[in-house]
Design a protein around this ligand. Structure first.
Ligand code: SAH
Length: 655
């Protein structure tokens, strides 16, 4: 059971105070209302997330910050009488009950009204009354109100509501298109017939349905999908050579980063492969760096660059999530790359590298094996230094727990020293041995960073995420450096690593950075970030870490998301160029309003999709381009052995 009191306190600090909510009584009210009791059982663990959550009847409870923003803007006093329209779960009404004298909250869904009423009784809010019905016309019999909060969006502020404000009273309501981003509007009654209006910024609410609001089931505004359709460049089938041609415009970059919105979608893998082939064949790219563990990718690299296998080398990608790399789509690309490299000089070959740091045991083994061949005395020392980590290398998370209880990183010094020693051996990188040295140095760096990563994991998610993405970016830079100033790299990773985190909830709320952001900071326009998205279909993913892979249905994208907008264009595949100046200003402005974006990882939980897989983002700032595949299919995982015809002794996926 999560520690809800601690999460609530953290929510108040991070989500409310840090964003400028300052009123003491209001902050205390948020500290006191148990949000976990206002959401369905299954959403309880996410009760203090910085987002709206789905509740019964297909509605949502507002994000805590938005509720706080509305209540603070209303300037409510101790004795005031307040009307809320759209009680939903009753959460905002309960908070209001703690800062106002009397609250009436109207809810049109009987089911929600009954639940909210029961909560008020159970929690003892005797000054909050829940009324079932259409509140869009207010409650004239109970007017005037010092404040009216409308928790659902309309195309305009209903006149009837303004008339029910007392003098000096304030109404706060989201106004704008249905199922899109709206403006939060504050209206103050300054005289009998006088009102002042203020804009509190962009928000997204469910529609106000009723006499003074939208009709039930009325369609969304059509203008935006229309404009997007005009800007989208339809893409041909993936196996049509013209598909990759559309990406030539990004080929002058030093680094092209391709981000997939899942870890199990065939179209994403195939698209990345086609774009990469083109960049390799025509534009001088010689590095493919992927979100995979270094030692595992190193086996693939030996295969594609026709290098000998290392003695004792493990079969690549045997640990969860195996399908992410052991799949038919990757295998086809690996086969192509091997053929492409055939007969080329070392400089002209393209390598395949892993940026990630999870295979600690593989990396330890690789460092020792390298030294075993290069300098047996040094290998002995390496064994001694890494012995500290060895007991944990199969379950490094346990090392993190252990280090935490001991209060320090017992194995840190050895890992740091080992890396220093290896870096001092720097070899002449034109020689063949350079590959071996590069590999060993990368593994030693990985061991050092992984040691830190697992320790930091227990201090907080943001710290360990940042360490991992920084490690990935540094590994990329090492590769570029090792191959010289003219080298060019392609990166394959998840969207959450590629789309500039500074323009998503990740960076703005959770203080997380990522590879895409670091690449932009370092390379500017010479780094091109390209995101991939989909509306629905199937995906390969698991229910939990270490659980078996399943082919799961991808839910149709949510109303109000970038994905839904792309879907509404009706185009099966398209490229949207987001570089400055590429979009018409009206479309750019509309796309710059933050919207939801979907992130499916190796874990996909459709039942809690809204809060486990969607986050707010600003697409045109996040990416230089967006590649859309409306309907997509799961990747084809490879069985244990190699496909027929793969008899080369370096074949990486096991014989
Ligand atoms: N303040 C709520 C958030 C509610 S979401 C909370 O804290 O949980 C908006 C709610 O407005 C939905 O539950 C929806 O059913 C309700 N709603 C929409 N139109 C309405 C109307 N005309 N009258 C009353 N409620 C309405």
């Amino acid at each position: 059971m999560p520690d809800f009191a601690a999460l609530r306190e953290e929510m108040v600090e991070r989500q409310l105070k840090r964003r400028g909510i300052a009123e003491r009584a209001l902050l205390d009210a948020f500290r006191a209302v148990p949000r976990e009791l206002f959401v369905p059982e299954a959403a309880r663990h996410a009760a203090y997330d910085d987002s709206p959550l789905p509740i019964e009847a297909g509605q949502t409870v507002s994000q805590p910050y938005i509720a706080a923003l509305m209540i603070e803007a209303a300037g409510i006093g101790r004795d005031d009488s307040v009307l809320e329209i759209g009680a939903g779960s009753g959460y905002a009404a309960a908070v209001l009950g703690r800062v106002a004298g009397r609250v009436v909250a109207v809810e049109r869904h009987g089911e929600l009204a009954a639940l909210a009423r029961a909560r008020m009784e159970a929690l003892g809010y005797s000054n909050v009354r829940i009324v079932e019905g259409d509140g869009s016309g207010g409650l004239p019999d109970e007017a005037p109100f010092a404040a009216i909060l409308v928790a659902a969006s309309g195309s305009h502020v209903p006149e009837a509501l303004l008339e029910q404000l007392g003098l000096g009273g304030v109404l706060v309501m989201p106004v704008g298109e249905r199922d899109a981003v709206q403006r939060l509007v504050k209206v103050t009654r300054t005289g009998e017939e006088d009102y002042e209006e203020e804009d509190l910024g962009p928000v997204r609410f469910v529609p106000l349905i009723g006499r003074e609001g939208w009709g039930d089931g009325e369609g969304a505004a059509e203008a935006l999908p229309e404009r997007l359709r005009a800007a989208a460049e339809p893409l041909p089938e993936l196996d049509d050579p013209a598909f990759a041609e559309a990406f030539d415009r990004f080929a002058d970059a030093r680094v092209v980063l391709l981000g997939e919105a899942s870890h199990g979608t065939s179209e994403f893998y195939r698209a990345r492969a086609e774009i990469s082939k083109r960049l390799i064949e025509r534009h001088g790219f010689t590095i493919v760096a992927v979100e995979a563990d270094w030692p595992d990718a190193a086996s693939v690299d030996r295969h594609v660059r026709h290098r000998a296998r290392r003695d004792g080398e493990e079969t690549a990608f045997q640990r969860f999530p195996t399908w992410m790399w052991r799949n038919a789509e990757v295998d086809a690309f690996v086969g192509w790359l091997r053929r492409h490299n055939e007969g080329r000089g070392r400089e002209a070959m393209t390598g395949f590298y892993g940026l990630d740091l999870y295979n600690l045991s593989g990396s330890i083994r690789a460092v020792i094996d390298f030294l075993e061949a290069a300098d047996p005395e040094a290998a002995k020392l390496a064994r001694k230094r890494y012995a500290c980590l060895a007991p944990w290398s199969r379950d490094p998370a346990a090392y993190g727990r252990h280090a935490l209880s001991e209060g320090y990183g017992r194995c840190e010094a050895g890992a740091v020293q080992m890396l220093r020693d290896l870096l001092q051996r720097r070899m002449d990188c034109l020689a063949e041995e350079c590959d071996e040295w590069l590999d060993a140095a990368a593994n030693a760096r990985l061991v050092r960073n992984a040691e830190q990563y697992y320790r930091v994991m227990y201090q907080g998610a943001a710290e360990s995420w940042n360490l991992r993405d920084t490690h990935m970016f540094e590994t990329l830079c090492q590769l570029l450096d090792a191959k010289g100033p003219a080298s060019k790299a392609i990166v394959w990773a998840h969207n959450s690593h590629i789309g500039n985190a500074a323009h998503t909830e990740m960076g703005q709320v959770r203080e997380e950075l990522n590879v895409g952001q670091l690449a932009k900071e370092r390379f500017g326009d010479a780094a091109r970030l390209i995101g991939f998205g989909t509306h629905g279909g199937t995906v390969a993913a698991a229910d939990d870490w270490d659980a078996p892979m399943e082919v799961k249905l991808v839910r149709p994208s949510l109303a109000g998301s970038y994905e839904r907008l792309c879907h509404e264009t009706g185009i099966a595949r398209f490229l949207l160029d987001l570089r400055p100046g590429a979009l018409d200003p009206a479309l750019e402005e509309a796309l710059l309003e933050p919207r939801l974006e979907r992130f499916i990882g190796v874990i996909y939980r459709p039942e809690t999709e809204r809060w486990s897989h969607y986050a707010e983002a600003v697409l045109p700032n996040q990416f230089d381009a967006w590649a859309w595949f409306d309907e997509t299919r799961a990747v084809t995982p490879l069985p244990g052995g190699p496909p027929a015809g793969a008899e080369e002794e370096t074949y990486p996926f096991g014989l």
